[in-house]
Ligand binder design. Structure first.
Ligand code: PLP
Length: 388
């Protein structure tokens, strides 16, 4: 099997499995308990918090809250900031956010908030002047993703955050797809809140983290016990927090390699596919992208058909269509970038990780062109000259 769908989820690193395993069996104590055994859980939990803080260059480990997933981090950030500013009713986000933010924005509209979805251009880029123009006295929050999950396009987070702060507006970023792929620095960018997810950086599914800068006014999403300094109730998931800490350390160690080696693999995959397959184009700004992601439209074919054919030869990738809803609506991200319905339907996302090899990329480069040719030969929309 060749797995190049790492923006969907990643393989859990062996080191991460080893690090979390003792906390299921030997060190099962509740870290809030008063006996020495509890400290055996508490200390690794706090070490994991420090590791996550290091990955994002947080000044203080207590600025990290462990959560159950990236979606929870996004919800806790946005709802928490809004609850702390009850007199403000305006939220600014973008048209290409992950559903964890995008759909929450729609729910906020139903609850009476005004939500501005900033548009993007054909390259998936945001216009900072448009951001500036939309901020008013009633704006409580800007929530802007660091890296797009479908295209890898990076937003200018430091610049956007500075604009929000000029207007006294809190700034949250969903960095779920940026962590481990590009340097993340909450101090250099100035962001107030930042979301992470474990399963995108080789930790298990079901753990995430939220960075909250000291002094940021926010209300908890989960109310109950005093865990996480009262900011997220619920007995701490020690094995998973430890896993996230181990994955954060590994991500930091491998970052340079990820950017150069994985970036070179992605570039080779992309350029070879474009050279061998006519009428294909990359979606998203070439210059400012995560190094592991390429999103390519193959005209005149359906993404789903390509995926099934790839699956038949053991290659896992993903399409631009949001099939999660069960509908065949094309990706809202690609549509926001101005792609036609058909172009969005023909898009495939390839997303690599540090476990991918040169040989795997060679295999994809060999397997895909004949698949596209075969599908085009069957399509009534394919121009004659491409049939040969
Ligand atoms: N934000 C982005 C950009 C994502 O890509 C994802 C997952 O695909 C999430 C949030 C949600 O993370 P989780 O699956 O941990 O809830």
């Amino acid at each position: 099997m060749i797995y190049i769908d790492n923006n969907a989820t990643t393989r859990v690193a062996d080191e991460v499995v080893a690090a979390m395993q003792p906390f299921f069996t030997d060190v099962y104590a509740n870290p809030s308990s008063m006996y020495a055994f509890a400290l055996e859980a508490k200390q690794p939990l706090e070490a994991a918090r420090a590791a996550v803080a290091r990955l994002v260059n947080a000044a203080h480990a207590d600025e990290i809250i462990f959560t159950s997933c990236g979606t929870e981090s996004d919800n806790a950030a946005i709802l928490g900031v809004l609850a702390a500013q009850p007199r403000k009713n305006h939220v600014v986000t973008t048209a290409v956010e992950h559903p964890a933010v995008y759909n929450l924005g729609e729910e906020l509209q139903r609850r009476g908030y005004k939500v501005t979805y900033l548009p993007v251009d054909r390259g998936g880029r945001i216009d900072l002047a448009a951001l500036r123009a939309t901020l008013t006295d009633t704006t409580a929050l800007v929530s802007m993703m660091w890296a797009n999950n479908e295209t890898g396009v990076l937003f200018p987070i430091a610049e956007a955050c500075a604009i929000a702060h000029e207007h006294g507006v809190v700034f949250h970023t969903d960095a779920v797809q940026a962590a481990g792929k590009v340097p993340i620095d909450v101090e250099a960018t100035g962001v107030d809140l930042l979301s992470l997810s474990g399963h995108k950086i080789h930790a298990p599914k079901g753990v995430g983290a939220l960075y909250v800068r000291r002094g940021t006014r926010t209300r908890p999403l989960l109310l109950g016990g005093h865990q996480e300094h009262g900011r997220r109730a619920g007995t701490e998931n020690v094995p998973y927090a430890v896993a996230l800490g181990a994955a954060a350390d590994l991500a930091a160690q491998h970052l340079a390699d990820e950017i150069t080696r994985v970036g070179a693999l992605r570039d080779r995959l992309e350029s070879e596919l474009l050279a061998r397959i006519p009428n294909a184009h990359v979606n998203g700004d070439h210059a400012a992208r995560t190094p592991n992601t390429t999103n390519i439209t193959f005209q005149y074919v359906e993404g789903e058909a390509i995926l099934l054919s790839l699956s038949d030869v053991g290659i896992c990738a993903s399409s631009g269509s949001a099939c999660s809803s069960g509908s065949l609506e094309p990706s809202h991200v690609l549509r926001a970038m101005g792609l036609s319905h058909d172009e969005a339907h023909g898009a495939i996302r390839f997303s690599l990780s540090r476990y991918n090899t040169d040989a795997e990329i060679d295999a994809v480069i060999d397997e895909l062109p004949p698949i596209i040719a075969r599908l085009r030969a069957m399509s009534p929309f394919t121009p004659r000259e491409l049939m040969a």
